[in-house]
Design a protein around this ligand. Structure first.
Ligand code: SF4
Length: 417
């Protein structure tokens, strides 16, 4: 990019490397990721033009400013930037442009080149989530969309079906001992799975971190005790209404449960404030489990859902992401990345709201990971790629797109746009 010859009144504006800017139409937002300061300018085409120049590598990330003819809004931009440690003016006393760096995020080998010689699925994969059984019992029909709204073993299926445990063993044996790799064993009722004894005998041979997912009220005291005894494992319990809370009361007196409380997650699927009240009473005073609440949208509780899932502008701006989060969110979806879900029939998904990537009975896990990396819709789904978020000044602040949004096919769970 060419600049006119600088004179003694010419200065160059730069932004610090730890600042981020977003432009949409004539609006611009500048965010200092170190001190959390946010500068927002609306309907200011001249400020947008200047900030755009500070983003341009071809122009050395510098915007030329003539001190004499600078408009008042530009002068006030410069004072704001200085006061908030976001940037400053520099002169060219020695007639050479200083070097300014505005880093951009790059993930090594992501997506991998198609002829990348040593493609390895475990460079990308973090969790494989197997549904060992599926059902259409009452809990599954009452919460038929739960697995589309958040990670959950409950969803309605056509009748009862099971996955042979051999499928899990075959798929996971190549990842034995790979650090950071997890196996999630789930299903509409794990305790009713016909091969559960085989699972409990063989699971340690997979040498991976295991998470068992168990909906209540389906449970069997003896099997739950044995699941809890598996080393290097966590158990995620999903409590549904109306029978889940009383089943939880019963299971919480199990001696193995009491011993292993810090390895248990309690996930409450709630549809109303009344259900929330029941849970707060239930949890009063004791327990070392990690507790999570998942508002469940059943088509009839829009007000409750909106109140508990939607974010207000001030809440969004208070999120203050750090540099690492901003870089990673500009390339991948941190919530969805690295996960594969496999149903009883072998159909594999990067996300249950998207089309299947293939079938584990016909393709290797590496092929499925490749399919997602090259053609998939989930792992790389950033806010920049969807409307209206892609045109929103607050896209840096919002958490990555989640299952609720994919399920509802709407990305602005907010009061901004
Ligand atoms: S429109 Fe999208 S990016 Fe903007 S605030 Fe709403 S959710 Fe966030």
């Amino acid at each position: 990019m060419k600049h006119s010859l600088p004179n003694k009144d010419t200065r160059f504006l730069y932004l610090e490397p730890y600042t981020f800017s977003v432009m949409a139409g004539n609006d611009v937002l500048i965010y200092n990721s170190l001190n959390g300061k946010i500068l927002e300018y609306r309907d200011s085409p001249s400020i947008v033009e200047i900030i755009r120049k500070t983003e341009d590598a071809g122009g050395g990330f510098l915007a030329e400013i003539d001190r004499v003819s600078a408009r008042p809004e530009i002068s006030s931009l410069i004072s704001d930037l200085r006061e908030n440690f976001c940037g400053d003016l520099i002169s060219l006393a020695d007639q050479h442009k200083p070097s300014v760096i505005r880093p951009k995020a790059i993930i090594k080998n992501y997506p991998p080149a198609k002829d990348f010689p040593s493609f390895s699925a475990d460079d990308y994969l973090r969790t494989i989530y197997f549904f060992l059984n599926q059902n259409n019992n009452k809990v599954c029909t009452d919460y038929r969309f739960a697995a589309s709204q958040f990670v959950c073993p409950v969803f309605n299926s056509q009748g009862y079906s099971e996955m042979p445990f051999e499928t899990v063993v075959k798929t996971c044996s190549q990842f034995a001992g790979v650090s950071g790799m997890g196996i999630d064993l789930s299903g509409s009722d794990l305790t009713a799975y016909s091969e559960i004894n085989f699972v409990l005998k063989r699971i340690h041979k997979l040498q991976s971190r295991v998470n068992f997912h168990l909906p209540l009220p389906c449970y069997d005291q003896d099997i739950v005790s044995r699941l809890l005894k598996v080393g290097n494992s966590r158990t995620s319990i999903y409590i549904t209404f109306p029978d889940g809370p009383s089943a939880l009361k019963e299971i919480r007196i199990n001696p193995e449960y009491i011993k292993k409380q810090n390895r248990i997650d309690l996930n409450f699927l709630i549809r109303s404030m009344e259900e929330y009240q029941v849970i707060t009473e239930l949890l009063q005073g004791n327990g070392k489990e990690k507790v999570f609440f998942f508002p469940y949208f059943n088509g009839r509780n829009a007000d409750f859902f909106k109140e508990n899932v939607f974010l207000a502008r001030n809440d969004i701006l208070a999120l203050k992401p750090n540099q690492k989060q901003i870089y990673s969110r500009s390339l991948i979806n941190e919530h969805l990345y690295g996960k594969i879900f496999i149903k009883t029939g072998g159909e594999a998904y990067a996300n249950l709201n998207h089309d299947p990537l293939g079938n584990i009975n016909k393709e290797s896990i590496s092929d499925l990971v490749r399919n997602e990396l090259y053609n998939g819709k989930s792992w790389g789904l950033t806010r920049l790629k969807v409307k209206p978020c892609g045109d929103c000044l607050y896209q840096l602040f919002c958490p990555p797109i989640g299952n609720y949004e994919l399920f509802m096919k709407r990305f602005n769970f907010c009061d901004v746009l």
